[in-house]
Design a protein around this ligand. Structure first.
Ligand code: GLN
Length: 386
C-alpha cells in the first residue's frame, strides 16, 4: 500500500509541496524558518480592524462571485493608475482565493487538453501542477544565474501550434529577477505574432529594489491578451487571508470566472472589505514596505556573502537564491538537511522548481520576509557554517 495510491495520474508526479516539507522540518528542529515565504509580522492594523468591522456590520454571507464591489473598485483604481489603463471594476476584475487560485482559474478556464504553456524555470511549484490539472502541457525554459534573464530566442523556439499561453512571473520567485523592458517587449511581440495569452503573476510588484516593475499588460496592444494576477499576501503581509485577484479584459475575465465560479464560487466576504481598505492606504505605505524590505535584503545578503555563499542579490521579491557549493555538499537537498539539523536554519532546496531537479543542485533559496531580530538570529547561526 502506498500513500499516494488514490491520487490521480495527473497529480502523481507532484507529491508533497516543498514548502510544507521544509516548514515541518523547521518546526521539528526548532530552526529559524527562512524557507516558506510568509512574513512573521502582521499587516497594517487598520486593515485588520476593517475586516473586524465588516463582520460586525453583517458582511457574513456569500460575496458576489466576482468579488465585492468596494474591493473591485479599489483594485480597478490602483491597478489602473499603476498600469496607465482604464480598468472596469465590473467586467475586468475577479477576486480569487489568493493568487494561487487565480493561476489555476486562469489555466482551467483557458486550456483545452494538450494546449501548451511556456513557463520560466525555476518556477513557483504550483505552476506545473496547475497546468497538469487543467490538462495542459508545460514547456519550461530554464533561466540561469547570475541574472536569470529571459532568453527570447528560447521562447521563440518553444512556440508551436499547440502553444496557448506564456505564464510570466515578474518580479520572479525564486530568482528575484525583474523583467526588463526589452524582455517584456520581446515577449509581447511573440504573443502578438502567435496569438498567445500572457498570464502575468505580479504578486511581488511592490517589492522591487533594482530596476522598475512594469506590467506587460501596459505595453501597447497587450491589455487585450493579458491576465494580470496580484494579491494581498506579499504587498500587505497577509498570506493567511488568501485574497488575490485577476485583472483582464472581459473576454479573458470570462475564462477566469468560468472556472472560479465552480472552484470556490466566492471569497471570504469580510476579508474583501479589509482588502479594499488596504488598497486605499496610498503611496506612503508602499514607501515603508520598500524601505523595510531593502534593509532586510541587504542585512541577510551581506551576511550570506560574508559566510561564503555566492549570493544572487535579488532585484525584487523577498527571496534570495545563493550558490552553496563552497560548503562542499552533494547537492541542495543534503545542504539544506545539514542547515536545518546542525545550523538551525530552514531554507528551500530548489529542485522542485525545475523540470529537471539537477538544474537546482548548486542553489538554495532563503526568504527574508522576517523581522530584524529573527534575521539577526539566523545570521548568528549562519556563522557556524564558516
Ligand atoms: N509563495 C510562497 C513561497 O514561495 C509560499 C507559498 C506556499 O506555501 N504554497 O515560499
Amino acid at each position: 500500500m502506498n500513500a499516494s495510491q488514490h491520487v490521480c495520474c495527473r497529480l502523481q508526479p507532484f507529491g508533497e509541496s516543498v514548502f510544507a516539507t521544509w516548514s515541518r522540518l523547521a518546526a521539528e528542529h526548532g530552526a529559524v524558518n527562512l524557507g516558506q515565504g510568509f512574513p512573521d509580522f502582521d499587516g497594517p492594523p487598520e486593515v485588520i480592524e476593517a475586516a473586524h468591522q465588516a463582520m460586525q456590520d453583517g458582511h457574513n454571507q456569500y460575496a458576489p462571485m466576482q468579488g465585492v464591489p468596494v474591493l473591485r473598485t479599489a483594485i480597478a483604481q490602483s491597478a489602473g493608475e499603476q498600469m496607465g489603463l482604464d480598468v472596469n471594476p465590473d467586467t475586468d476584475i475577479t477576486v480569487t482565493a489568493g493568487c494561487t487560485e487565480a493561476i489555476s482559474a486562469a489555466l482551467l478556464g483557458l486550456l483545452n487538453p494538450g494546449d501548451e504553456v511556456i513557463v520560466f524555470e525555476p518556477f513557483y511549484d504550483s505552476y506545473p501542477a496547475s497546468i497538469a490539472m487543467a490538462g495542459g502541457v508545460m514547456r519550461p525554459i530554464t533561466t540561469r544565474p547570475p541574472h536569470f534573464g529571459i532568453d527570447l530566442d528560447a521562447v521563440r523556439d518553444a512556440v508551436n501550434n499547440r502553444t496557448r499561453a506564456i505564464l510570466l512571473n515578474t518580479p520572479h520567485n525564486p530568482t528575484g529577477h525583474v523583467a526588463t523592458h526589452d524582455e517584456l517587449k520581446g515577449l509581447a511581440a511573440i504573443a502578438h505574432e502567435h496569438d498567445l495569452v500572457v498570464i502575468a503573476d505580479e504578486v511581488y510588484d511592490r517589492i522591487v529594489f533594482e530596476g522598475e516593475h512594469r506590467s506587460i499588460a501596459s505595453l501597447e496592444g497587450m491589455w487585450e491578451r493579458t491576465i494580470t494576477l496580484r494579491s494581498m499576501a506579499k504587498t500587505f503581509s497577509m498570506t493567511g487571508w488568501k485574497i488575490g485577484w485577476a485583472i483582464a479584459p472581459p473576454a479573458l475575465s470570462a475564462a477566469v470566472r468560468a472556472s472560479h465560479q465552480f472552484m470556490t464560487y466566492s471569497i471570504a466576504n469580510p476579508l474583501q472589505h479589509g482588502a479594499a481598505v488596504a488598497l486605499g492606504l496610498g503611496d506612503s505605505y508602499y514607501v515603508g514596505l520598500h524601505r523595510d524590505y531593502l534593509a532586510r535584503r541587504d542585512l541577510l545578503c551581506n551576511a550570506l556573502e560574508q559566510v561564503g555563499f555566492g549570493v544572487h542579490r535579488p532585484a525584487g521579491t523577498y527571496f534570495v537564491m545563493c550558490d552553496h557549493t563552497n560548503f562542499g555538499f552533494d547537492g541542495s537537498e543534503s545542504f539544506c538537511q545539514h542547515l536545518v539539523e546542525h545550523i538551525g536554519i530552514a531554507a528551500i532546496p530548489p529542485g522542485s522548481f525545475y523540470s529537471n531537479p539537477e538544474d537546482g543542485r548548486d542553489l538554495v533559496r532563503f526568504a527574508f520576509c522576517k523581522t530584524m531580530p529573527v534575521l539577526e538570529e539566523a545570521i548568528r547561526r549562519l556563522s557556524l557554517l564558516a
